[in-house]
Design a protein around this ligand. Structure first.
Ligand code: ATP
Length: 233
């Protein structure tokens, strides 16, 4: 599809993946970059949220930021976006989007995994999200998107059939992407790093699972985790 003439086009498009990134892993990065490719965007901003103290799982904000910076140092398509850490806690995406819009006119594409989409109606002021951004959904655990009925009804009104529609309007579309499945989560990685049993039958850590889980981390992130002894019980 051809893009609109310059007179009709909106200022630049900023892709943002928000998350806890505790720790950031190749599932975040791989899915986000594939989704960016699909909608014709080069760079993705990684935006860590503020965590309530009881959810920080022993890892400070400073460490989460550093791990994101290490990912960005390794890949010039990734950029840290730290605005949410300057806003009041806890983080609410709609408030963050408003703060971003106050700073710049960029069109925002906010990336979420399918698991987040399925819970979207629990998010603060979720009906207003599309006033400020396009939502770009990455597949998470299933080949197909299977949202609950309330979310499906909302999607029916907002899904864009043309993935490049985000370039022709400043906000309001939902794009369901065809990203490959990256079967990993930060929770799994934290469990492995803490030495929790991965092989329930054996009841002890399974070293091959543990090693393969670590492969989901950028090498520099794994080195950083080891150096600072993060996620140890
Ligand atoms: P946790 O296991 O701690 O809940 P997580 O791995 O789900 O963490 P988050 O930082 O909470 O990671 O996720 C940020 C966003 O990235 C969410 O929208 C989530 O759905 C998405 N995401 C995380 N992991 C993947 C993945 N493997 N594939 C696609 N999207 C992902």
């Amino acid at each position: 599809m051809s893009l609109p003439p310059a007179s009709q086009s909106y200022s630049s498009v900023k892709a943002i993946l928000g998350g806890t990134f505790n720790p950031p892993h190749k599932g975040h990065i791989g899915a986000a970059l594939k989704a960016a490719d699909e909608i014709g965007i080069n760079r993705v901003h990684l935006m860590p949220c503020k965590l309530a103290p009881h959810k920080s799982v022993g890892v400070s904000e400073r460490h989460r930021v550093k791990m994101i910076e290490l990912c960005a140092e390794n890949n010039d398509r990734l950029i840290p976006e730290l605005i949410e850490l300057t806003l009041p806690s806890p983080s609410y995406t709609v408030k963050t989007l408003r703060a971003l819009k106050e700073k710049s006119d960029d069109t925002i594409c906010f990336f979420i995994g399918a698991d987040s989409l399925y819970n979207l109606d629990k998010w603060y002021e979720w009906e207003h999200l599309l006033d400020y951004c396009h939502l770009v959904v990455m597949r998470r655990d299933d080949e197909k998107f299977s949202p609950p009925p309330a979310i499906q009804a909302w999607l029916d009104c907002h899904v864009a059939n043309d993935k490049h529609a985000i370039h022709t309007k400043p906000a309001g579309h939902v794009v369901l992407t065809n990203t490959p499945l990256y079967r990993v989560s930060s929770t799994e990685i934290r469990d492995v790093l803490a030495g929790a049993p991965c092989d329930e039958k054996a009841g002890k850590p399974n070293s091959s699972n543990a090693e393969s889980s670590k492969l989901w981390l950028e090498e520099s992130v794994l080195d950083y985790i080891n150096e600072h002894q993060l996620y140890k019980c």
